[in-house]
Design a protein around this ligand. Sequence first.
Ligand code: CU
Length: 230
Amino acid sequence: MQFLTSLLFAATAVQAHYTFPRLVVNGKPEEADWSVTRMTKNANSKQGIENVASPDLRCYSSQTAAKVADVPAGATIHYVSTQQVNHPGPTQYYLAKVPEGQSASTWDGAGNVWFKIHSTMPTMDSNKQLTWPGQNEYVLTNATIPAATPDGEYLLRVEQIALHMAMQPNMAQLYLACSQIKITGGGSGTPGPLVALPGAYKSTDPGLLVNLGAIQPDAYVAPGPAVWSG
Ligand SMILES: [Cu+2]
């Protein structure tokens, strides 16, 4: 029994990483994994990204997806993870509007086009460890598509940043995916600030190079621009 238990623990450790193959909009999941979410290069390996200057920081995708999901402005969204999201760190959501004449099915998301719509902050748990919403769950934390977001096609990007080794440079691990969506019933807001990915993050950002044992929860500053709330 002892032996079996340690075997199980070993297996869990190996599978500790994750991908986010399924977007959920107002409680309704996409019909199959990777149908509106672009399959990521780590679909099998589950490996995170450590180099924030890599082109993979944008969508990490190996291919585009077959479909585009309809998403009403104001919708609640989240992603389902393939494994428990066991590493501490923020979950962030970004949107990028597909330029005129292009399609969410093919656009690559290049340029200063990304704005942040959600970012989570940690709390201190009973063991004096920083812990984030959604940590140790199989679903990522919810976000709301701001009601003022203009109608049109977008790429939606989710990221969870694993900070358990981030006291050393280039050791934060980023897990992310992009989905192809069409926002309807939106408003006339002007989303921003707009940033490029890669480009917006530096390996020395205090949200990426950080000793979680040495800071208070409200001192954590996630990388990237301020959240646009509409
Ligand atoms: Cu890990």
